[in-house]
Design a protein around this ligand. Structure first.
Ligand SMILES: Cc1cc2nc3c(=O)[nH]c(=O)nc-3n(C[C@H](O)[C@H](O)[C@H](O)COP(=O)(O)OP(=O)(O)OC[C@H]3O[C@@H](n4cnc5c(N)ncnc54)[C@H](O)[C@@H]3O)c2cc1C
Length: 470
């Protein structure tokens, strides 16, 4: 959705005067500074429609430059917004108060992958898929797998605690961050966390910075846990008459003792958009799609996937299909990955939401979606990580001017999620785009405490201001 907000209203910072720009150049080096309207345009947005050009971009190659930049920012009081690769879905890396955009794209070295200790040490600008490939070549597995993994950075994943299909079995990015190096807003550099599998020494600052969306520190290095790569994977897709029966099957699979390594769903609206990629006849009469995977030893996963298929059939599945080879498997995943792109291109007004409900209440929640569609004249494309109860609600309208009505509809949907014991964001975070909804979920006391934490780290609100809360 095009959001035309006056970003500057809540920001009062020094702009980057020629004098300050010159000082930045001298401090971080001319080769790390990017200026000029055309070049800056590439840094003024993420995957939302929020746009605000930075006044200047710094693209450092080391933590020293970041320390020096943040010291200058405190001296002159200009804001600094960290950016990974700009695939975020909440405007988190959009420099809404102007100032300097700190692009981490050039700090993209995989420093080590150590098979003996099963640890990787990486710079934050590494593309997630690249780390997964390098680990795989050594027989190791880095499980976090956001659908954007070919285009997003590990630093951005850590800052947003990114998830993905594998979370249902393996957990989110936070579960793989053992330790990190960060430059704090005052320019100090700290190491937080450990290089070991465990550690309880003082407060867990590493995991406070993970998920803080670039508001508490700039992550400059990550120590990541790796695990042995599963020897095999088996994939199944299943078509259901409707979404509620799909979700009943999901709950039955999980409560039946199965731990799939992926459990992705799409509703009928989504199926209509990607129908040309589906070669299964049953798709025509189905109302929802479920993709299931099991990984591990070949003999075990074969049995596991068959049992999960049986559960689907007893819960009303119209058909189940096994992917016999990696080619068919890739085709099935292509369908799931393509859907979000098509929704965005298809709809004049589009707002992605990323809610989570307790797994036992998914069916109840999705059952109510048509009522919201009717009441607020909107179309909701639902897909996502069924096994986590993480439902990407892509709310769309055919009329670009429907913004206020859609806003009411979203607010009502989020209240419904909370009344079921859910949360308003499972993996995308709050950033700028969702912060007006924060008080729906967090108490005034919780927000107060979180703002105090921000003030301790960043008393002058230099780092990524106007994100999460004002
Ligand atoms: C098609 C598509 C599919 C997606 N699928 C998923 C998915 O399955 N799961 C999921 O979780 N997300 C998903 N996302 C959202 C997005 O890819 C993730 O949030 C990702 O983690 C962002 O990484 P990035 O490098 O692009 O970060 P950016 O968008 O550049 O930044 C995101 C946030 O992290 C902060 N940040 C970035 N780097 C640093 C750093 N080094 N230090 C401190 N702060 C930093 C920024 O300030 C900002 O607040 C998807 C997005 C798209 C467009």
């Amino acid at each position: 959705m095009k959001v035309s907000r006056s970003f500057s209203s809540s920001c009062s910072y020094s702009s980057i005067t020629p004098e300050i720009a010159e000082h930045i150049r001298q401090t971080v080096g001319e080769e790390s500074v990017i200026t000029g309207h055309e070049k800056l345009e590439a840094y003024g947005r993420d995957a939302t429609d929020l746009i605000r050009l930075p006044e200047l971009v710094v693209e450092p190659q080391g933590a020293d430059q970041i320390q020096a930049l943040l010291r200058l920012a405190n001296e002159y009081r200009f804001p600094v917004t960290p950016r990974g690769l700009g695939t975020g879905l909440t405007g988190g890396s959009v420099p809404v108060c102007g100032g300097v955009l700190l692009s981490m794209a050039r700090m993209n070295r995989i420093l080590s992958v150590d098979p003996r200790n099963m640890i990787a040490v990486v710079e934050p600008g590494v593309v997630t898929a690249d780390l997964k490939k390098v680990a795989r070549a050594k027989g190791l597995f880095y499980p976090p797998d956001p659908a954007s993994l070919d285009t997003c950075s590990i630093g951005g994943n850590a800052a947003t605690n990114a998830g993905g299909p594998a979370c249902v079995k393996y957990g989110t990015t936070r579960n793989y961050v053992l330790g990190l190096e960060a430059v704090l807003p005052n320019g100090e550099r700290i190491m937080a966390g450990v290089q070991t599998r465990k550690g309880v020494v003082g407060y867990d600052l590493a995991h406070l910075i993970v998920g803080s969306e670039g508001t508490l520190g700039v992550i400059t290095k990550l120590i990541l846990k790796l695990i042995p790569h599963p020897p095999a994977v088996s994939t199944l897709i299943s078509f259901f008459p409707d979404l509620p029966s799909t979700m009943e099957a999901v709950t039955a699979i999980l409560t039946g003792g199965h731990i799939p390594s992926a459990m992705e769903f799409m509703d009928r609206h989504c199926l209509e958009l990607v129908g040309d990629l589906l070669t299964f006849e049953s798709f025509e009469r189905s109302g929802a799609f479920l993709l299931l995977e099991a990984d591990g030893l070949p003999v075990m996963i074969q049995q596991e996937i068959e049992q999960m298929g049986e559960i689907c059939l007893t819960h009303g599945a119209l058909d189940v299909f096994l992917a016999p080879d990696s080619h068919r498997r890739n085709k099935m995943w292509e369908v799931r990955k393509e859907v979000s792109l098509r929704i965005e291109h298809h709809s004049p007004l589009y707002v992605p939401e990323d809610v989570v409900v307790p797994i036992g209440r998914i069916a109840e929640f999705v059952n109510g979606l048509p009522l919201f569609e009717k009441r607020y004249t909107m179309k909701i494309y639902a897909f996502g990580h069924a096994g986590d109860g993480n439902i990407h609600l892509n709310i769309t309208a055919t009329d670009r001017n429907a913004g206020p009505r859609i806003e009411q509809g979203i607010s009502a949907l989020l209240r419904e999620v909370l009344s079921l014991g859910g949360t308003i964001s499972g993996e995308h975070g709050i950033g700028f785009a969702k912060k007006r909804f924060l008080p729906l979920e967090l108490s005034a006391e919780s927000i107060f405490l979180q703002k105090k934490i921000k003030n301790i780290f960043d008393p002058l609100h230099i780092l990524n201001p106007a994100k999460i809360f004002d």
